[in-house]
Design a protein around this ligand. Structure first.
Ligand code: FPP
Length: 249
């Protein structure tokens, strides 16, 4: 890998970075370890990336921790993932507060086991006043599910007379998504070299830059994150328009 850039070299820092953390299972298989060992090591990567994002002044970091589709995994793997998640939420409060990180979630969180949900509420409350990075964990998250829940809210508001159909614009719709109030991701990173969106933030990533890292998530650490940010900093974002340079030509 190339030498990672120093922090001051990154002139263009995204406000919101979203990450599809992929490759835990392959990392474990390569080492003849159970899949859960990959998830366990993956938590170290979560810590490293949260720390780096906070230090760089990134405002929002959204991590795809558990998808709606992940409920189809073997019961044992789900149980182990839920235990890891609960422990992370319990043990991380001190470090999150030290780094001024505020924890939030998106997704159908009522699907989560009661113990996890209760710890989630505690960690959210304990970090609610922090003013640095907002860490958003996508839990039991699926973008189509999120969009459908927003559509139901729109329909309910319309039926109740609180919202006229003519007033349903992008702003009114986005305000009913789980990400209400959060700016769209500028950068979407996926690890392990896969080129898929996997039902993640379908509405919100309309103009996001994609960076695919070949590293498996448990190997993805600060220097890989900085490398992705460097790639982002070198991209020109046009939002469907033209480059100011080519417009002149
Ligand atoms: C993808 O790897 C990863 C997941 C489904 C879960 C991600 C979870 C963690 C990193 C740990 C828990 C997270 C937090 C925030 C505490 P995969 O199992 O799909 O890998 P594979 O494609 O190689 O099988």
């Amino acid at each position: 890998m190339k030498t990672p850039p120093a922090l001051h070299e990154l002139e263009r820092i995204p406000r919101h970075v979203a990450v599809i953390m992929d490759g835990n299972g392959r990392w474990a298989r390569q080492r003849l370890l159970p899949r859960i060992e990959g998830h366990r090591r993956g938590i170290e990567s979560v810590r490293a990336v949260v720390r780096a994002a906070g230090e760089l002044g990134i405002e929002y970091l959204t991590l795809y921790a558990f998808s709606k589709e992940n409920w189809r995994r073997p019961k044992m793997e789900i149980a182990a993932l839920m235990r890891l998640l609960e422990r992370f939420l319990r043990e991380e409060i001190g470090e999150l507060n030290e780094n001024k990180v505020r924890l939030k979630t998106i997704g159908a969180r009522d699907d989560l086991p009661p113990r996890v949900l209760s710890q989630l509420r505690k960690t959210e409350a304990a970090t609610a006043k922090n003013s640095g990075l907002t860490l958003i964990l996508a839990l039991s998250y699926g973008a189509r599910d999120e969009i459908l829940r927003a559509v139901r809210r729109v329909a309910a508001d319309a039926v109740a007379g609180r919202l006229s159909p003519d007033a349903v614009d992008e702003i009114a719709f986005a305000a009913r998504l789980d990400t209400a109030g959060v700016p769209d991701p500028d950068l979407l990173i996926r690890t392990s070299g896969e080129l898929r969106v996997s039902n993640f933030l379908l509405w919100q990533i309309s103009y996001a830059e994609f960076v695919i890292s070949p590293a498996l998530w448990p190997d993805f650490r600060r220097e890989h994150f900085l490398e992705a940010l460097r790639e982002f900093a070198n991209r020109r974002r046009r939002f469907g328009g033209v480059d100011p340079v080519s417009r002149k030509a």
